[in-house]
Design a protein around this ligand. Structure first.
Ligand code: NAD
Length: 393
């Protein structure tokens, strides 16, 4: 089977779906690996390192003509979509719940789409394939560094002949995978850290990292270890309670997400206005749909009128490209091997067995149809007008 790695096309995307070390393992396992020229450059893996690992470095025309399976990190762009043909498979983080139309386009082209976002994460045999976790880990780490760089003071307490610096006070809102990694990293840099999440289960995890857990009245554990979306009353109560805590911080990092929903607004315009000049907010929920912080702009740094640096950090994993690609490559190759008939690596098609829980979770399109129930449901719903972006106060 010919498996291909494409060069990512999203702006600022520097990750690559397979790194040479994993290519070598797949080649040893009997797969042929094609790599688009320059695919690994952004993550510091030159073409020669793929050739040395047993891959064939090719131009895009050959890649799309020959590959049975195309591996990507994020969604294929329009020109890539136009090159895909019926019977080909695409495996990547396709975010079908936020971009159901992409799933429809892939189905219309007869492409089998597999998305790592749909992996059943609590299944222990799927953990090696969990790209949401591996990439959130990288992003959470980088969020603390981005905050430290934008902050005009030290994170740790420093006692020097020139005076004593107090430690920075840093609050992480949303303490899932990314939030916990941001807490750990900020603690290692010496900040005084607290964390908050609507899932009460996260209290123990926050405290085990040596941070303080903020307890508010709103609690919203959902299904599968995720948070559920808050009601309007809960959201208002949460924003009001959080505002008092936020005002005492030097740095706030937000990571809150609810799968398939617009990110919840946690830091209102009023709360931003309460922060002292020189404070920093990193909004990891920042997206075209809106973010966790009023006024954040995805991919941009804004200085508010009261002197707060507000960073709309939408894809931080891409800015640590080597570590992120190493981890993603292990995840995607584990899933690929799961989908290749174990007894017949010479086969030219994926072994799609929908009675398998992993396969059923990740399969988005097949035989010209969108087969993922949640994505199909979204496509069947009449389009609703988008909520106004992030102007909460
Ligand atoms: P996520 O990226 O979907 O969300 C990030 C965090 O935002 C979550 O902790 C969520 O509770 C929080 N959040 C959502 N709405 C909020 C609100 N209004 N206010 C405050 N916080 C809010 O989540 P994630 O990091 O991918 O993981 C979420 C959960 O899944 C965690 O419990 C994690 O431990 C669990 N998980 C389990 C496994 C496993 O069992 N192998 C693997 C990965 C994740």
């Amino acid at each position: 089977m010919k498996v291909a790695v494409v060069k990512e096309t999203s702006p600022g995307e520097r990750r690559v779906a397979l790194v040479p070390e994993t290519v070598q393992k797949l080649v040893q396992g009997g797969l042929d690996v094609l790599v688009e020229k320059g695919a690994g450059d952004g993550a510091w893996f030159p073409d020669a390192s793929y050739t040395a690992a047993g891959a064939t470095v090719v131009a895009p025309d050959q890649l799309y003509a020959e590959a049975a399976v195309i591996l990507t990190v994020t969604r294929p762009d329009e020109s890539t979509l136009a090159r895909l043909r019926a019977g080909q498979a695409v495996i990547g983080m396709l975010a079908p719940l936020t971009e159901p139309q992409l799933a429809k386009s892939l189905a219309d082209r007869g492409v089998t789409a597999v998305s790592l976002d749909g992996l059943p994460r609590t299944l222990s045999r799927a953990q090696g394939m969990d790209a949401l976790t591996s990439q959130a880990n990288v992003a959470g780490y980088k969020a603390a560094l981005v905050a430290a760089e934008a902050y005009g003071r030290f994170f740790p307490m420093l006692i020097t002949a020139a005076g004593t610096a107090r430690p920075a006070k840093l609050l992480v809102l949303g303490t899932g995978v990314a939030g916990l990694q941001a807490i750990g990293t900020a603690r290692r840099l010496g900040a005084q850290v607290s964390g908050y999440d609507v899932r009460p289960a996260s209290k123990g995890e926050v405290e085990s990292l040596g941070a303080t857990f903020l307890e508010l009245t709103v609690s919203a554990a959902g299904e599968g270890g995720y948070a559920r979306e808050l009601t309007a009353e809960e959201r208002d109560a949460q924003q009001a309670e959080l505002a008092g805590h936020i005002a005492r911080q030097d740095i706030v990092i937000t990571t809150a997400q609810v799968p398939g929903r617009r990110p919840p607004l946690l830091v209102t315009a009023d709360a931003v206005g309460q922060l002292a000049p020189g404070s920093v907010i990193v909004d990891m929920g920042s997206s075209a749909l809106g973010g966790n912080v009023a006024g954040s702009v995805p991919g941009e740094t804004v200085i508010t009128p009261n002197g707060v640096t507000l960073i709309g950090a939408e894809n931080l994993a891409a800015s640590v490209p080597t570590a992120a690609s190493n981890a993603y490559s292990r995840n995607v190759s584990a899933l690929l091997l799961h989908l290749v008939t174990a007894t017949d690596p010479g086969t030219s098609a994926l072994n799609i067995d929908t009675t398998d829980e992993i396969t059923a979770g990740v399969l988005v399109t097949r035989d010209g149809a969108v087969v993922h129930p949640a994505v199909a449901k979204l496509l069947a719903e009449p389009a609703t007008p988008a909520e106004p972006a992030n102007q909460g106060s």
